[in-house]
Design a protein around this ligand. Structure first.
Ligand code: IMP
Length: 196
């Protein structure tokens, strides 16, 4: 079985492939389908933004489509950067600058609890929304960036039960417990149980 994911983010496509291929599901990214349509991510929740991306993808590609909207919520910052995780450092920002901004904001703050959230939406071929599911992983923000694995805030996030960051842990360890892994497991149960 193949599933189309409405994203051009190579890291997300790789992770989704690593998680879904053992289940016999092949992941195709938007670039393989002719390119991701323009989507304004102006929703106020991960669910809304994921639904927008899935529905835009389904209408553009004329097939059922999954989309992921995800981010990091830091308790001491009232859930920041949240839905703004990808653009936290502003115009011209990147993963390194986003994490640097977060680490700076948390300087001197003892409570470093945080969670990654991943919402996955599925749209039918006609663009209607089939539903959304959510996965989380809880942990804490490290004192500095460590490791080169993963992407985004991974070098700054230590999952509960570990001392290493997601940037230091092997991909299979991250995928086995991550917000994206958990959301995808739920998505397979909810969306693909009948395999249509
Ligand atoms: P989105 O592409 O609009 O969903 O933005 C997701 C952003 O959240 C990414 O650019 C990262 O900054 C962050 N993020 C989401 N998932 C992860 C992850 O697994 N590791 C590290 N950062 C993540």
């Amino acid at each position: 079985m193949r599933v189309v994911v409405a994203t051009s983010n190579a890291h997300k496509i790789i992770e989704m492939g690593e998680i879904l291929s053992p289940l016999g599901i092949e992941v195709l990214g938007a670039d393989a389908m002719g390119g991701m349509p323009e989507v304004v991510e102006d929703g106020t929740t991960f669910e809304e933004n994921a639904a927008k991306k899935a529905q835009a993808g389904a209408l553009a590609f004329h097939c059922p489509v999954l989309a992921d909207d995800s981010g990091l919520e830091v308790l001491a910052l009232n859930g920041e950067p949240g839905i703004y995780s990808a653009r936290y450092a502003g115009e011209g920002g990147n993963d390194g600058r986003n994490l640097a901004k977060l680490l700076k904001k948390l300087e001197g703050i003892e409570d470093r609890r945080a969670q990654f959230v991943c919402c996955i939406a599925m749209a039918n071929a006609d663009g209607s929304l089939r539903g959304t599911v959510r996965g989380i992983v809880t942990g804490r923000i490290a004192e500095g960036a460590r490791g080169t694995g993963g992407f985004g805030y991974d070098p700054g996030f230590i999952p509960d039960g570990y001392d290493q960051t997601f940037g230091e842990l092997p991909a299979e360890v991250k995928n086995g417990m991550s917000h994206r892994g958990n959301a995808l497991k739920e998505a397979v149960k909810v969306f693909f149980s009948g395999r249509d």
